[in-house]
Design a protein around this ligand. Structure first.
Ligand code: UD1
Ligand code: UDP
Length: 362
């Protein structure tokens, strides 16, 4: 029984880590296949270090590029790797170009494909991620839906019941297992000059936000007003895509906003867990803040994580400055008190069990 675990971007490294740990713990045969979609130290290597993951078996080093060119390179590289290594099951996670390429390369070779975090839907086909997740779900044999909401999205698209498995989200263990380790890894707050509850954390990288001058400029106005109204500093570990576009558009950061380089996972967890509030367009940050009891304001027009909104941990406000301020005003007084809607611990183990059961049956 041979597994191939495909990853390429920082959220995939984080969310695949509980599965990799489980495969290691059970002594199972697996390859870790990195597409190289993310490659900067702080978007890639730092996560292998922090999560103590084994070196990738191979790195295709595709790098950045237009969607088609990037996905095409991955597809060719992954096909070659799968033909040579002959895995029994290929696992992909989430909604990136890496996921689409991994699922497509494997299914065309007749290899069993498992999609971790299946069934999330923003119902917004202008998002590249929505296209990737719909495509990946429809070619996968094993659909690991994190919640009943995601499972029902799959059923609504006519995907057969026997493919759908509600497992919980692997992010629950990635956060809980690493939070303790993070606390023992030095004083990140002190090093950044932050104090618990005394700042807002922001992250932005979504194509529809940071590639649009208007939307990005609106968000900056929103951040400025939030800073003025709350008196809190806004710390922004800046994704390279946002950094590049701020420069290209010639946009300045408001006075209370402090940009820092992207943080390693252990540092980020500390900063996230002690923030007064998260202002973000990240999928992972919406989930993690919900787990950590930190209120979240999502700078998007929709979310594929409605469970976090339903429990009162998250509001979706778009990019209009007034709505951003209103969202912060309503969420800032909250601090936890909601039940985590993303499933119990142990998703990684459940996913491995289901793969083993399926392949043993042939
Ligand atoms: C990708 C995913 C997105 C995911 C995000 C996680 C797709 C379509 N997008 O977006 O779903 O939420 O990763 O962070 O798969 N860059 C670097 N160093 C890196 C990687 C990227 O400098 O290591 C810069 C390059 O200028 C690149 C840009 O960031 O052009 C965008 O990178 P890309 O991987 O295309 O998309 P992300 O915005 O990272
Ligand atoms: N993250 C991190 N350092 C940062 C920003 C994010 O470690 O400076 C982690 C975060 O904890 C989460 C993941 O990166 O696990 C989210 O990645 P991102 O927002 O890039 O992608 P998305 O989740 O939106 O796909």
């Amino acid at each position: 029984m041979r597994f191939s675990v495909v990853l390429g971007t920082r959220p995939e490294i984080v969310k695949m880590s509980p599965i990799v740990r489980e495969l290691q713990r059970r002594g199972l045969d697996f390859a870790l296949v990195h597409t190289g979609q993310h490659y900067s130290y702080e978007m890639d290597r730092v996560f292998f270090r922090d999560l103590e993951l084994p070196e990738p078996t191979t790195n295709l080093e595709v790098g950045s590029g237009a969607h088609g060119a990037q996905t095409g390179k991955m597809l060719a590289g992954l096909e070659r790797f799968f033909q040579e290594s002959k895995p029994d099951v290929v696992l992909v996670q989430g909604d990136t170009n890496t996921v689409l390429a991994g699922a497509l390369a494997a299914v065309k070779l007749g290899i069993l494909v498992g999609h971790v975090e299946a069934g999330l839907r923003s119902f917004d086909r202008t998002m590249p991620e929505e296209i990737n997740r719909v495509m990946a779900d429809h070619v996968s044999d094993l659909l690991f839906a994190p919640t009943e909401v995601s499972a029902s999205n799959l059923r609504a698209e006519g995907l057969p019941e026997e493919r759908i498995h509600v497992t919980g989200n692997t992010i629950v263990d990635a956060v809980r297992e690493n939070l303790e380790i993070a606390a023992g890894k030095g004083d990140t707050l002190g090093a950044l000059g932050l104090r618990e509850g005394g700042y807002i954390l922001t992250t932005l990288h979504r194509q529809e936000n940071v590639d649009s001058r208007d939307r990005l400029a609106n968000i900056l106005v929103g951040l400025e007003r939030v800073g003025t109204e709350t008196g809190l500093e806004i710390i922004w570990p800046m994704h390279p895509r946002a950094k590049k576009n701020l420069e290209t558009f010639g946009l300045e950061l408001p006075s209370r906003v402090r940009a820092v380089n992207p943080l390693g996972f252990l540092e980020f967890l500390q900063v996230e867990g002690a923030a007064a509030l998260a202002l973000t367009d990240s999928g992972g940050v919406q989930e993690e803040s919900c787990i950590l009891g930190v209120p979240c304001v999502t700078l998007r027009d929709n979310t594929e994580r409605p469970e976090t909104v339903k429990v009162g941990a998250n509001v979706v406000v778009g990019t209009d400055p007034s709505r951003i301020v209103e969202g912060v005003r309503s969420m800032l007084p909250r601090r936890g008190g909601w039940a985590c809607p993303l499933g119990e611990s142990g998703a990684g183990g459940r996913i491995v069990d289901i793969c083993l059961g399926r392949t043993n049956r042939g």
